[in-house]
Every structure is written in C-alpha cells, then in structure tokens.
Design a protein around this ligand. Structure first.
Ligand code: AMP
Ligand code: MG
Length: 543
C-alpha cells in the first residue's frame, strides 16, 4: 500500500475535458460565516455555520458502484473515462475547480437528550453543483476523514455501512419515499478499526466513501445549535438563507416566511414518515441531527425493514432497551423532533401560538396522507373512517398474532379473490408465502378468512373494476424491499472481493413495484438463518 498524499490535489482537467463544464456556486459558504480557524483539529466551533476542511486522501481508491441515474440528474458525463477521472474526486483525493469543501456545524437531541455540538464528523460537502434545469445539489462525501466535529472518532466509514447507505437511499427513491441520493461507492483500500457490537472485540474492516447527493443536508440540528448558543444573529441568517435558497416559494425572508418554513417542514416530514409506515421502513436513529429540513430520509445507519410485521421492532441495538425509535413510534417521534426545531425558531418569533399553529400542519398532513396510503394499500377508492378504521385495526391485530411478512402479505392481498362465493382455500392460497410459521393456531385461519370476506365486501362496495384496483394496490405495495439480509449478503460478497451483488440489488430496486420474473428469490421471506445474524436483524450505530 502506498502512502496517500496529505491533501487532495486539483484534478487535471486535461485528462477529463468533459468535466470542464461543471459549475459550483457554493451558496452556503458564500452566504454564511465560516469558522476562522483553518487548522483541522477537534474543537467547539462557535459563531460559524461550518468549517472549511479538506477530505483526507486515501491509499488506493477503487470505484465499486456508480449510480448512472444520479449522474444524469447532476449532469455528469456517464462514460467510463469520465467515471475514471472522477474516481479520485469521489474518494477525496482530488478536487474539481470551484469546489469549496466544508463540514457543517450542528447539534442535536439524541435519544431524547440535548447532546450539544455534533456536526459533520465524517461527512464533507465538496461543493454545491449547478445541475441541468437550474437545480443545485450538494455533493457530500461520507467517510472522507476527520473534521473539527469528529470528536473521538476517526472520520471514516466502513464498507458495510457505506453499501447499506448507497443501496437503501436509492431503493427508497424508487419506492417513492423522499430521500437523499447516492452517486458512488469507493473502496478506500484502507482498513478501519471498528467495535461493531461495542463488546471490546474491535476488528479491522475495509473502508469506503459514499458520495451522497441532496439539494441540502441541513438538519434540524443546524438551527438548534445556534439557538442553544443564543447566537440569534446567525440563527436568523441561516433561516433566511434556507428560505431564499431552498424554499423561495415562501416569499421574502422574515417572520412570515419563518413560520411558513416551519409549517412546510412539518408538512414534508409528515409525508416522509407516512411513506416509511407504508413500506415498513424503520429509520433506527431519529435524532434531531438526522432530520432533514427538506423532509428527506437522511443518514442511513442502523435502519431496517420489517420482515415480520411487528410494530414494536427496532433494528438498532443501541435502542433495544427503550425502543424509542421502534416502527410504530416513528410518527410521534417525528413530531417530538419538530417541536425541538420549533423551539429553536422561538427566539426569532417571540411567542408560542404562531409556532404551534405552524406545527399543526404535521398532524393534519400525517392523518390525511396516512389514510390515503392505507386506502391504496387496501385497494379502497378512499379511506372512510366510519368503516375503515376498524378494518385496518383488525388487520393490524391479525398480522401481529402470528409471524406474518408485511411486504408479502400486502402485495399478495391484491391477488385474493373478492367474489362473495370465493372458497376458503382460494382466499388463503395467495397469502400462503406470507407466514413464517408452518403451524398456526386453528382459529387464526378462521379469523383471517373472516377479515378477508369483510375486506372483499368493502372492496365490492366501491364498485371499481378489479384490474384497476389491483393495479392501484400494486403501486402502493412493493413486491421488493431492500430486506436487511439481502443487503447483508451483498456486503459479505463485497468484503470477499465481489461487488457485483451491489449492482444487482441496485438494479432490482429500480423497479420495486414490478413483478420482475426470474427474481422471485429477492421477494421471498427472510430465511431462517438470517433471523438472528448480525446485520440481518440487529445493527449497532457503529459504522
Ligand atoms: P450518527 O449517529 O451517524 O448520526 O452520528 C452522530 C454524530 O457522530 C455526527 O456528528 C457524526 O458526524 C458523528 N460520527 C459518527 N461516526 C463518526 C466517525 N466515524 N468519525 C467521526 N464522527 C462520526
Ligand atoms: Mg447523523
């Protein structure tokens, strides 16, 4: 292994003329004050929204995955020569002209407690790229080396968590869930020391860098830290910049726009969480530093998908005691986080009532969106609370009684006959693959049949043609989700030197609502071997 240079080099554009057209406007660093200290050492950073910091180059960068649709979103050339030329940039070994790398300063409430300064401890934004069509995107390297915010950690990321972030952010996008995106995955050729289960058995793992992409990575915590430090001038400037840059439709910055901003963030957060509930996603670490002001799913760490439908499940071993971030608690936690965000804005508004009014957008949006999604999942034209609350609650009870696969059950429900004279066996047959236990209590099938008949009658009452209903259900209930064990299989292969499964899963998850004949295995129940295997059912924050 050759020693890596200490600073990234300017990229020689003679080697990559196609990259000459890329423009970075770096609005964030231009608009807001940065940390005057140029040296990169761990510290508290006050009076600044960010610190300028360069990525730390790595020894032997290798491009393991590239996402062409994100490249085209960014207006990047997508030929092998351009990819080769960009690889050092995506590894943190080189910079393009105009890039002004920085790490953002933010705080956060972690597991319900104020944690003070956190910040981008291993994420470095390279720059804000002007993309085709007038959009602008932050290119952010995760795992690019230490920053002033790294505290006691190393600023690096391991291959396993980088694969999980890349795959899942792309999968979520194609599932229709608001999310950050990922452009590339680089193997660094450098080992990273990690104690995966905090049990004193640290081991070296391969290191990696993901380039993630979003219009902004601003979190609730960027505002909270300024309010906590009573830096009200900078707080106001950050709010105004957020409005001007990311929410221009809210009008000129000022008191009204600040309140409208809170309402809009509340609304977007509600839509995002409703989608999580629709597809069975558990974020795992809904701390306020992991809540995007754009209402995007952000910071993929110990997240997971429900295989067995269990509203109390959390994938995060760090959260196993209190289960604060369990599946069913997510809508409530999102609101709790929004209240922290509203508190941070309070000094700019000076009274609680208008902030509470703005926050009410959360509950109203969540209720409407969640009901509409439940209606779609159940194949109903519209959710009618008088009839459908009981129908949905009874289904919830049924799914909890025996181990039932959430994704398979909902997908297959579309194939259950709704005719009044359908035989018991015909009703149950489409759902056969959804159950984890081969022997179920005798009365379970009876209760299920009873529910299926009620559901069939409810669907018939809508009078919608079957083909139309089935198509609508199949647009709401994915056939494929990125099951934890599928990601883990890709990780095991990649750690053994074969990254091909990453690309296969990326491709699979491009069309999660399609049947995709030949790929049945990826739609199957979680196999028994994965029930308790690390990475497949439980994950730690260690990444
Ligand atoms: P997370 O739990 O990943 O949201 O991270 C919480 C905080 O810890 C953030 O400030 C991260 O930047 C920081 N952090 C997590 N992992 C590392 C690491 N390996 N090196 C430096 N900082 C880290
Ligand atoms: Mg985070």
């Amino acid at each position: 292994m050759t020693a890596a240079p200490t600073d990234p080099a300017p990229l020689d554009l003679a080697l990559a003329p196609a990259l000459r057209g890329l423009r970075f406007d770096d609005a964030f660093v231009s608009a807001l004050p940065g940390d005057p200290e140029p040296r990169n050492y761990r510290r508290q950073v006050v009076g600044a929204a960010y610190s300028r910091v360069l990525p730390t180059p790595v020894a032997a960068p290798r491009l393991l995955a590239w996402v062409p649709e994100v490249a085209s979103l960014l207006g990047l050339p997508d030929d092998p020569a351009a990819r080769d030329a960009l690889t050092p940039v995506l590894a943190g070994n080189a910079l393009l002209p105009g890039m002004a790398p920085y790490a953002a300063c933010y705080g956060g409430h972690q597991f319900g407690n104020w944690a003070n300064q956190l910040g981008d401890g291993r994420a470095i934004t390279l720059g804000e790229l002007e993309a085709p069509g007038g959009a602008s995107y932050e290119l952010q390297l995760k795992g690019a080396g230490p920053t002033p915010y790294s505290r006691t950690a190393d600023g690096r990321a391991v291959l396993r968590s980088s694969i999980r972030e890349l795959l899942q952010s792309e999968a979520m996008h194609h599932l229709g869930v608001p999310t950050t995106r990922a452009l590339s995955l680089i193997g660094t050729g450098e080992p990273v020391l990690r104690d995966m289960f905090y049990d004193g058995r640290a081991r070296h793992e391969p290191g990696a860098v993901v380039c993630r992409v979003a219009p902004s990575f601003l979190r609730f915590g960027n505002f909270e830290i300024l309010a906590a430090r009573q830096d009200l001038d900078l707080l106001e400037r950050l709010v105004d910049h957020t409005v001007t840059r990311l929410f221009p439709e809210l009008g000129p910055p000022g008191r009204d726009a600040t309140l409208a901003l809170l309402a809009e963030i509340a609304r977007r957060t509600a839509v995002m969480v409703a989608h999580w509930m629709r597809v069975g996603f558990v974020h795992g670490v809904m701390n306020t530093d992991n809540m995007s002001v754009l209402g995007l799913t952000i910071d993929y760490g110990p997240y997971g998908f429900l295989d067995v439908y269990d509203p109390d499940w959390t994938p995060n071993t760090t959260d196993a005691g209190g289960r604060r971030y369990r599946f069913a608690n997510q809508p409530q936690i999102a609101l709790w986080n929004l209240v922290r965000f509203a508190n941070a804005l309070y000094p700019l508004i000076g009274e609680a009532a208008p902030l509470e009014e703005a926050l009410s957008a959360y509950a109203s949006t969540f209720a409407v969106t969640h009901e509409a999604m439940m209606a779609d999942k159940l194949g109903l034209v519209a959710f009618d609370p008088d009839r459908d609350v009981a129908l949905a609650q009874d289904l919830d009870r049924l799914l909890r009684r025996v181990e039932t696969d959430m994704t398979i059950f909902h997908r297959q429900l579309a194939a259950v006959p709704t005719a009044p004279d359908a035989a018991d066996a015909a009703l149950l047959a489409p759902l056969a693959d959804a159950f984890y236990e081969t022997s179920r209590p005798a009365d379970h099938d009876e209760a299920l049949l009873d529910w299926l008949r009620r559901w069939g009658a409810r669907v018939r009452a809508d009078g919608r043609p079957d083909a139309e209903r089935v198509a609508a259900m199949n647009r709401a209930n994915p056939r494929f989700v990125l099951r934890n064990y599928l990601a883990q299989e890709a990780i095991d292969l990649a750690e053994a030197g074969d990254p091909s499964r990453i690309l296969e899963l990326l491709d699979l998850m491009r069309r999660p609502y399609d049947e995709q004949p030949g790929r049945e295995r990826f739609a199957a129940r979680r196999p028994e071997w994965a029930r308790h295997k690390a990475g497949c059912s439980a994950l730690s924050c260690s990444s």
